[in-house]
Design a protein around this ligand. Sequence first.
Ligand code: CU
Length: 69
Amino acid sequence: MESTTLVAPDISCEHCQHAIEGAVGKLDGVSKVNVDIPTKSVHINYDPHKVTLTKIEEVLDDTGYTVAK
Ligand SMILES: [Cu+2]
């Protein structure tokens, strides 16, 4: 199990939090996703054998929250 923190500058409110937690949380291999609104960050625990970081970033992008590099 790996954990990572991604920053998505478009996170601004609880709606964003719920949208992200719903979209990323339903990915196979993601065991935990927590959005912190003040820091605009997404903490994710995932199994790299089941889901890649690239895939997670794609889902965030599709949901409207592009990850800052
Ligand atoms: Cu919002």
